[in-house]
Design a protein around this ligand. Structure first.
Ligand SMILES: Cc1cc2nc3c(=O)[nH]c(=O)nc-3n(C[C@H](O)[C@H](O)[C@H](O)COP(=O)(O)O)c2cc1C
Length: 189
């Protein structure tokens, strides 16, 4: 039987912040559920900006040669992607946005009508941390904006959500509350 693989992506510059804690907890739960994990730190990867050439829409592969090829291979080998990114300006940090741009043709194929997904059958978990306290982080669109932008990529790629989890109020403490950790665990049950 082929191993069940998870690609875990850290999209924060802090390797010991709330976002990283959420991702590490998710990895522990995935391992308990029998998955093999490939973890990458996006801030350690060499990824040039998307130049908007759109050639990937035909080939499914970016023409620029850097760490994107490795990430695309890991994506294809994995059944589940866990993306952990802090909320920056009600959105995702620039390296995460650039990753989505670089993966345009990996995620979808352009047709005359609607985009055709290229990663159907795979699943995803979204994790974000933000300073704004709940429920205002959601009501005023802070964490909601970050989740919405990440969701747009994975939904367009044809993938199904296993959970979208927010750790709000990180200005007070970087510790991730127990109730947030329990929500992460429920994704893997
Ligand atoms: C450039 C930048 C923009 C930010 N924008 C927001 C924001 O829009 N809303 C918010 O609640 N917090 C915002 N924050 C705070 C971070 O989301 C918060 O510190 C988060 O806990 C960082 O997680 P990490 O330490 O795990 O990377 C921002 C932080 C930075 C550095």
């Amino acid at each position: 039987m082929r191993p069940k693989r998870v690609l875990a992506i850290l999209g924060s510059p802090h390797i010991d912040g709330a976002t990283a804690t959420m991702l590490n907890h998710s990895i522990c739960e995935a391992e308990k559920a029998g998955y093999t994990i490939a973890k990458i730190n996006l801030y350690e990867k060499q990824l040039a900006f998307c130049v908007g050439c759109r050639r990937c829409l035909t080939s499914g592969m970016c023409v620029q040669k850097d760490d994107i090829q490795e990430i695309i291979s890991l994506l294809h080998e994995s059944q589940i992607v866990v993306l952990a990114a802090p909320t920056y300006w009600a959105n995702v940090p620039a390296p995460v946005k650039n990753l989505f741009d670089r993966l345009l043709g990996t995620a979808m194929e352009e047709t005359a009508a609607f985009p055709k997904p290229r990663l159907s059958g795979k699943k995803y978990v979204l994790l974000t941390a933000c300073n704004t306290p709940a429920p205002f982080s959601w009501i005023f669109g802070q964490s909601r904006g970050a989740i919405r932008n990440m969701d747009e990529f994975f939904k367009t790629a044809g993938m199904k959500s296993m959970g979208k989890i927010v750790c709000a109020n990180t200005g007070k403490t970087k510790n991730v509350p127990e109730r947030v950790l329990r929500k992460i665990e429920r994704c893997w049950k």
